[in-house]
Design a protein around this ligand. Structure first.
Ligand code: NAD
Length: 467
């Protein structure tokens, strides 16, 4: 078995000079040529392959992620992202012609240049430690930015592997991984950046946004939310149960876009629960606990937080409920709740809890969903086409999946982001390039045109007005 590299916090006193170095690298203009960017992407691609085994081991150690999930949601996710960028970069980086330009203005050759934003800071979350760090990094490299990546300290093995990959493969004067928790991130935030890309909780997102505002630094915030699933009486109970169970068992429910609560028509509840039990048996024939496919809660702090949510709940556990502190195991737990004041719904659970609130009809469900969070990260609707359309047209959210859990978010080239308090800015696919790019409008006024330009210069005579 290969050796996982050690995790060590970056010494605080070295943080400022690391920032200075990548700013100087950006100002040297070396990251601007497409050849440089493509060469970096190619090196990263091979480093990912070279460290595939370490990535699998690190994700297993940090969060109990199965090999299959690591392939799907971390390794191939990033590898495919690089291939996509390499294939399309030239096209994305090309100047664009603005629309609806009249003949006169065409003489000035108006165009939109795609300039890199500059030296950027990327702060990652723990739940998809590789994808959520390298995804934005791939966007930054493609756009011609230099970058410092600060992965989540809550997934230390993955953070150390990321550092190994970046250090071994990328230009060290332009790309660095710095490690640490609050003190190190605070020191990083004390620096001047051209953009900050943050993934994590809304609470910390607020700290980042406030700090960035002091220097008018633009931010992308990829935050959490309390996402509703709405299941009407016309939905197929088997499909709804299987798909919502999948959305809460992937990564042991530690997914920002998972549903946080399900509003289900009372009439469908018995059939839905029956199908949920059947789906659990089907997904985990030897029981969830023994399954190599089911992950673990990342650490004691998060485990205790989830345990308290369940302990404090006044709801009734209908399925699951088993927990093992030593093993950081929490069984997928379906709880029928009486109100949205329940402890399992008051805050984002970010774990394998499935609170269910029976409702009378779709109107009630939509009203409740909007009351809990009017701009969640995702909304999931199950029912007839007309019902799903109604959900879409009467709610707002970062993204939405109809007839499924967060499927929209599993399409790697489709743009992804929150809205309102679930985040701002988007990335993935072309959006990853755009998010680190400044669209710079440029015109060139030919010398020979001066005769025609007379109209813009004072004195503003009546004759000029008539023209
Ligand atoms: P977190 O906010 O605790 O940590 C995220 C990052 O912020 C880490 O790198 C951490 O070191 C840093 N950080 C923590 N406290 C800080 C402080 N006081 N000052 C400066 N930096 C600080 O988030 P997490 O626990 O890693 O992830 C869970 C949260 O992230 C959930 O709310 C989830 O919904 C959200 N999330 C969102 C997305 C998305 O794409 N929208 C993806 C994954 C997770």
């Amino acid at each position: 078995m290969s050796q996982l590299p050690p995790f060590e916090n970056t010494p605080l006193e070295t943080i400022a000079s690391a920032g200075d170095e990548i700013r100087a690298s950006f100002l040297s203009h070396k990251t601007r040529p497409l050849e440089y960017r493509i060469a970096q992407l190619r090196k990263l691609y091979w480093a990912l392959h070279d460290n595939k085994q370490l990535i699998i081991e690190a994700c297993k150690k940090d969060i109990g992620k199965s090999r299959y999930e690591t392939y799907l949601t971390e390794f191939y996710w990033c590898v495919n992202d690089i291939v996509f960028m390499q294939k399309n970069l030239k096209r994305f980086a090309k100047d664009e012609k603005p629309e609806d330009i009249n003949f006169q203005n065409k003489l000035f050759g108006p165009r939109i240049r795609k300039d890199p934003m500059g030296a950027v800071l990327i702060i990652g979350a723990y739940n998809f430690p590789i994808q959520l760090s390298l995804g934005p990094m791939i966007g930054a490299i493609s756009a011609g930015c230099t970058a410092i990546l600060k992965p989540s300290e809550q997934a230390p093995h993955a953070a150390a592997v990321l550092q190994k990959i970046v250090t071994e493969s990328l230009d060290p004067s332009s790309y660095k991984v710095l490690q640490g928790a609050i003190p190190e991130t605070t020191a990083l935030l004390d620096q001047k950046w051209d953009k900050i890309f943050y993934t994590g909780s809304a609470t910390v997102g607020t700290i980042i946004a406030k700090k960035a505002a002091e220097t008018l630094t633009p931010v992308v915030l990829e935050l959490g939310g309390r996402n509703p699933a709405i299941v009407t009486k016309h939905a197929d109970p088997r499909l709804a149960a299987r798909r919502l169970l999948w959305a809460k068992t992937l990564n042991a429910g530690q997914v920002c876009v998972s549903q946080n609560f399900t509003l289900i028509d009372r009439e469908l509840l018995p059939a839905f629960l029956k199908e949920m039990k059947a789906a659990l048996r089907e997904f985990y024939p030897d029981g969830v606990r023994k399954s190599p496919d089911y992950g673990r809660i990342v650490n004691q702090r998060q485990f205790q937080r989830l345990k308290k949510m369940v302990d404090d709940s006044t709801g009734k556990i209908l399925i699951g409920g088993t927990m093992d502190e030593e093993d950081l195991f929490i069984e997928p737990t379906v709880i029928q709740i009486d109100s949205l004041d329940d402890s399992t719904v008051r805050d984002e659970s970010f774990g394998p809890l499935l609170p269910i609130l029976p409702v009378t009809d779709l109107d009630e469900a939509i009203k409740i969903a909007n009351r809990v969070h009017d701009t969640p990260l995702g909304v999931y609707a199950f029912g007839t086409k007309a019902e799903m359309d109604k959900v879409l047209s009467q709610t707002r959210s970062g993204g939405a999946s109809c007839n499924d859990g967060f499927h929209h978010a599993s399409i790697p080239t489709m743009e992804f982001g929150g809205v309102g308090s679930s985040g701002s800015g988007a990335y993935r696919g072309k959006a990853s390039f755009d998010c680190f790019t400044h669209r710079r409008p440029v015109t060139t006024t030919p010398a020979w045109i001066e005769g025609l330009m007379d109209i813009r210069y004072p004195p503003y005579t009546v004759k000029k007005e008539d023209k």
